[in-house]
Structures are given as structure tokens and as C-alpha cells.
Design a protein around this ligand. Structure first.
Ligand code: SF4
Length: 70
């Protein structure tokens, strides 16, 4: 699983850090960044994705086979 944060969109509210503190951290500019994509249970990371008020967090599942890369 790959997690990305759109720092342009992130408003630094800290919700993702509160929900998955081992996965996200606020950087020096107060924007969220991924420190460890496997830091918290997937369910907590998905909660953070859903809770982000600006939809800045994206989860990309690793493609199971080449069909997924179309
Ligand atoms: Fe940024 Fe969204 Fe995390 Fe808030 S929940 S800090 S807006 S990525």
C-alpha cells in the first residue's frame, strides 16, 4: 500500500496525525507527510483518509497484476 499526501491541498488540521500517529506527521511547514505507510493498522489509515477535510490523502493499492496499470 502506498500513501500520498497532497501538500498543496493539506491545510495542516492534524486530523490524520491524530488518527494514525505512526503513519502521518506534520512537517516543518505544518503539512502532513507520510513517515511510515505501514505505521498503523490499515483501518486507522483509511479512517484518516476519510476524515481529511480536504481529501488530501490518497491510498494506492499495489497493482495485483499488470491489468491494474491500464
Ligand atoms: Fe492535512 Fe488532511 Fe491530514 Fe488535515 S487530515 S493534516 S488536511 S492531510
Amino acid at each position: 500500500m502506498k500513501i500520498t499526501v497532497d501538500k498543496e491541498a493539506c491545510i495542516g488540521c492534524g486530523t490524520c496525525v491524530a488518527l494514525a500517529p505512526n503513519t502521518f506527521e506534520l512537517d516543518a511547514e505544518g503539512k502532513s507527510e507520510v513517515i511510515n505507510p505501514n505505521g498503523d493498522p490499515e483501518v486507522d489509515i483509511k479512517k484518516a483518509v476519510e476524515a481529511c477535510p480536504v481529501g488530501a490523502i490518497k491510498i494506492e493499492e499495489e497493482p495485483a497484476d499488470s491489468e491494474a496499470i491500464k
